[in-house]
Every structure is written in C-alpha cells, then in structure tokens.
Design a protein. Structure first.
Length: 266
C-alpha cells in the first residue's frame, strides 16, 4: 500500500465524518454571515471587510483543522487498524505522510469553500479585486495546512485519542485564544528583566507576536494586500510569515513521527 493509497483512503474515511462537516458548516455560516452583515450594514470598504473577515476566519478555521487532524493516527491506533496497516509494506513514516496528505486535502477543500463563499459575498456587495480574494483564500489555506500538521503531529505523538484531544485543545488555547495574554506576559517579564525597555519593539519581540500560525497568516495577508512582498524589513514583508507557516507544517509532523517511530503499537 503506497502513500497515495493511504492518503486517498484517509481522505474518503475523514470526509464521511458528520461531526466534521457540521463543524465546517458552522464555521462557514458564521464567517459568511458576519461578513455579509458587515458588508450590508457598515460603511467600510471592501478591503476593510476582507481584513476583518480574515481575522475572524483565522480564529475559527484552526478549530476545523485540529478537529480534522487530531484523530488521524490515534483513532486507528485505538481501533487496532493501525497495527494491521503497519503489518503491510507501508512504514510508519509512509502511514503518517499518507494521513497528513489526506487530511490536508480535505482541509483545503473546506478552506476553499468557506473562503470563496466569504470572499464572493464581499466582491458581490462591495466590489474589490480578485487578487484580494486569491490572497484571502491562499493564506487561509496555508494556515489551515499548518494547523492540520500540528494536529497530525499531536495525533502521532499521543497514545490515545482522548490525550490527543486534550493536547489539541491546549494548542488552540495557547496559539489562538490566549496568545495576546502570553505575549503581554513575555513583554512584561522582558521589561522587568531589562531585556527591553517599555515602548520599544526589538526584533525578537516582534517574532513572538508573529509566532502562531494564525498571526503569521494574518501578517502575510496584510503585507500582500499592501504590496510589501520582499521589503528590507522582514516583519513588513511576506517571506518571513510564510517561512514561519512552512516551519509549522514541518516541525510538528517531524516531532510526531519521531514519537510514533519509537512507540509500541499494541
């Protein structure tokens, strides 16, 4: 069984999850509904509505990605099907890569649908450019893949689905819900320790603010719309946040694989 076969089978299995599609539908209706409300009732321009919609989407889409990915390995591990799969030619790495590709494909479909519907609402009501829509969908998709990779890495490194769920919830709370508070705490501690002065913004502190995938995606979208693709300031360019997003795709999966490689599959 090849990586492609594993990915295709996993995509088919995951796409049959009613709970997953319910979450996707809720996110889609919420994002498109709020965007429509803003477009109809406010005096904001298309670019401003796109920006606010993007901020809303990068808060909600990680939930879909983590729900989609956190059981990629653990669900099969608990059912015993992972042991059967690994008794065939595919290695643990092949199984993990196949699962990652399958969940990524489904996440990209969900992102494309929700992003296109939301963007179409803005273009229809307020006008705007298809370039903004492409950047909107593209960076949401890249962020979604990053969170899928985090979820798959968590699943590969967890011994049970309940543990993977707990870690995924913790990852969302840290990276999305509580990062403003965490960043403020880091900043306060750095000022108290004399590592920075109040009101200053050293490069490492800017990197802290850009660290989570949702923030990196938001910065990449903002800089793309502003036409700042490859400026001299990496924090005002596209390449640095994109590099962070790519790192979020590679690093969690690598760590998860190292844990799965050495795990006892019962």
């Amino acid at each position: 069984m090849s990586v492609r076969t594993i990915a295709r089978k996993d995509l088919a299995d995951a796409s049959r999850s009613k709970a997953l599609w319910a979450v996707i539908l809720i996110v889609l209706l919420s994002t498109a509904g709020i965007t429509t409300l803003l477009a109809v009732t406010s005096d904001m321009a298309a670019g401003e509505v796109f920006s606010l919609s993007f901020q809303l989407a990068v808060t909600m889409l990680p939930i879909v990605a983590l729900v989609l990915a956190k059981g990629a390995i653990t669900a099969e591990r608990e059912s015993g099907s992972l042991r059967v799969l690994l008794s065939l030619p595919p290695s643990r790495r092949d199984a993990l890569v196949g699962k990652l590709l399958g969940r990524t494909a489904l996440m990209l479909v969900a992102t494309l649908i929700s992003g296109f519907v939301t963007g179409l609402v803005v273009l229809t009501i307020l006008g705007g450019t298809f370039g903004s829509l492409a950047a909107f969908i593209g960076f949401l998709g890249l962020m979604g893949v990053a969170f899928v990779a985090i979820g798959v890495g968590i699943s590969a490194g967890s011994s049970s689905d309940s543990r993977a769920t707990a870690v995924a919830v913790g990852a969302y709370m840290i990276l999305v819900a509580l990062w403003n508070l965490i960043q403020s705490a880091i900043q306060y501690g750095a000022i108290e320790l004399g590592l920075m002065t109040e009101g200053s913004a050293p490069a490492w502190m800017k990197l802290v603010g850009l660290f989570p995938p949702n923030r990196a995606a938001r910065a990449a979208y903002r800089n793309t719309v502003a036409g700042q693709l490859f400026g001299t300031d990496p924090f005002a360019s596209v390449w640095l946040p994109v590099l962070l997003l790519l790192a979020w795709i590679v690093v969690p999966v690598t760590i998860g694989y190292l844990r799965l490689r050495d795990a006892q599959i019962g």
